[in-house]
Design a protein around this ligand. Structure first.
Ligand code: BGP
Length: 491
């Protein structure tokens, strides 16, 4: 079976503002909940810098999935002896023309990026948006349109104006729903004429604590209440978006990591069913428009007494269902009875190799995941993140021979093609994470590189920021110009 993909398939890349954009204090941008995150590494987790009323500095871990709870009276602070990668990131703010040209050079016909909420509404509470913020994204979108690239916009990629986090405990408060809908409305008014594809949230199922969702305790009651409020905000926004932009299509992005059972022991199988529901809970509510029956059991497991809902919420969720299911896929995971819930690391899988960061490499898991989602939700899917974090060795010109990245992508794209051509899963497109090197979300380092383009910058922000295409750049260009047919070729 040929690997060539159906005509009109969207090929591109994906980035997130606080990992890529920089321009922290420029153009009237307010402070985002991510701005207090330090750099880090696999062995030394990045953290928020927070101050207690008595002046003590605490460092709650902010690195991944379930962060430590942040005490109510702790306030974020910037410390002189710390490096905060989001402030400069890799400076897309001043390099957007160059970067978009590089993406266009590979033949991208879509580019997924996120808008920084605090660049549009610096505190989240203003009546009027920040004009300079709108202008920046206008310029970015116009530059993409010039090259025939379709924008795929993430309205909220794991962050919010820090003011909303501090004043209202982020998504724990229902009033943040209105702040979000006001923000989304402004985006639709300004960019709706050029943008058809939207994602309301990034990896909503991997809700992390203070920072991404602004919630100080990202477990139990607080976590699931915040999720409910996000479901309502998303559904209201989808409905409004459809009314304002009749051709628009909406997704939310889910982090997918199929949890295989470690053995065929029935207890392990049942545990894997329940572990997978930790993700399906989100996709089912947003993709089908109602809470599944198993929600009661899942919430009890997480010590949630009762979610606070308004009578109109049932109707809102129904009317604001997603048009397509977007997801990130980096790896699968393996689980067995007794493992912690929502444990992405899980048990190890003896059949898979791992990246230097311990992420199992499982291309067939992508085909598996695509089929599972479509079987269940019966809506088109969109792979909006996939890629390999690796340690690149650049030569004196910044050139990297990244054959390992080519191998990873080739295997995953082949599996994707099989899901589309053999299993007939409708898939709108594929946006690789991340076309230009940027800061890692989980560790805050630059060393964990994903790009087709090398950026000369180290973990502490030193470097010229010079962009140099890697070997994989030319390879991907060839895959795209043959619409996937070249996946059949040997390297
Ligand atoms: C996803 C996030 C991205 C991105 C990616 C890779 O969870 O949506 O923001 O960073 O994972 O993860 P990392 O940067 O930690 O390697």
């Amino acid at each position: 079976m040929s690997k060539e993909l159906p005509k009109g398939f969207l090929w591109g890349g994906a980035t997130a503002d606080f990992q890529y954009e920089g321009g922290f204090e420029e153009g009237g941008r307010g402070i985002s909940s991510h701005d207090y995150e330090t750099d880090g590494s696999k062995d030394h987790p990045r953290h928020h810098t927070m101050k207690m009323p008595d002046g003590t500095i605490i460092e709650p871990n902010s690195s991944f999935i379930l962060a430590d709870p942040v005490p109510k009276d702790a306030q974020p602070v910037f410390l002189d002896d710390q490096y905060y990668p989001s402030h400069k990131a890799v400076d897309f703010y001043h390099h957007y023309k160059e970067d978009i040209k590089l993406m266009a050079g590979m033949g991208f016909n879509v580019y997924r990026f996120s808008i920084s909420w605090s660049r549009i509404f610096p505190t989240g509470e203003e009546e009027q948006p920040n004009k300079a913020g709108l202008k920046f994204y206008d310029d970015v979108i116009n530059e993409m349109v010039k090259y025939g690239m379709e924008p795929l916009i993430t309205i909220c990629h794991d962050e919010m104006p820090v003011n909303l986090a501090l004043k209202y405990d982020g998504w724990n408060s229902r009033r943040v729903i209105d702040d979000y809908v006001k923000y989304a409305k402004v985006l639709f008014e300004h960019f709706g004429d050029r943008c058809k594809y939207w994602l309301t949230f990034n990896e909503i199922n991997a809700v992390r604590g203070f920072g991404p969702t602004g919630v100080r305790n990202s477990q139990g009651q607080d976590r699931y209440q915040a999720d409910h409020n996000m479901f309502v905000a998303s559904a209201k926004t989808v409905k409004m978006g459809h009314e304002m932009m009749p051709n628009s299509q909406f997704g939310t992005m889910f982090a997918m990591s199929a949890a295989y059972a470690a053995t065929c022991k029935p207890e392990d199988m049942f545990h894997s069913l329940q572990e997978n529901r930790e993700n399906w809970y989100f996709i089912d509510v947003m993709g089908r428009g109602y809470y599944p029956k198993y929600a009661d059991e899942l919430l009890q497991r997480h010590n949630v007494e009762k979610l606070q809902m308004e009578p109109e919420d049932t109707q809102i969720l129904k009317e604001g269902q997603l048009d397509f299911i977007a997801f990130s896929y980096y790896r699968s995971s393996t689980t067995k009875a007794g493992d912690e819930w929502f444990n992405v690391g899980g048990s190890s899988n003896p059949y898979l190799k791992e990246t230097p960061w311990g992420w199992p490499v499982d291309p067939l898991g992508l085909r598996y995941t695509m089929n599972e989602i479509y079987d269940r939700i019966q809506k088109p899917i969109f792979i909006v993140e996939n890629g390999m974090g690796a340690i690149d060795q650049a030569d004196e010109n910044g050139y990297v021979e990244d054959d390992y990245r080519i191998d990873y992508l080739k295997d995953h794209l082949s599996a994707m093609s099989d899901a589309i051509n053999i299993d007939h899963v409708p898939c709108l497109g594929y946006t690789m994470w991340a076309p230009i090197d940027l800061v890692s979300l989980s560790t805050g380092e630059m060393k964990k590189r994903y790009g087709f383009v090398y950026v000369d910058m180290d973990d502490k922000g030193n470097g010229t920021l010079k962009r140099t295409p890697k070997k994989s750049y030319k390879w991907m260009k060839h895959i795209i110009e043959t619409n996937g047919a070249a996946l059949d070729e040997t390297n």
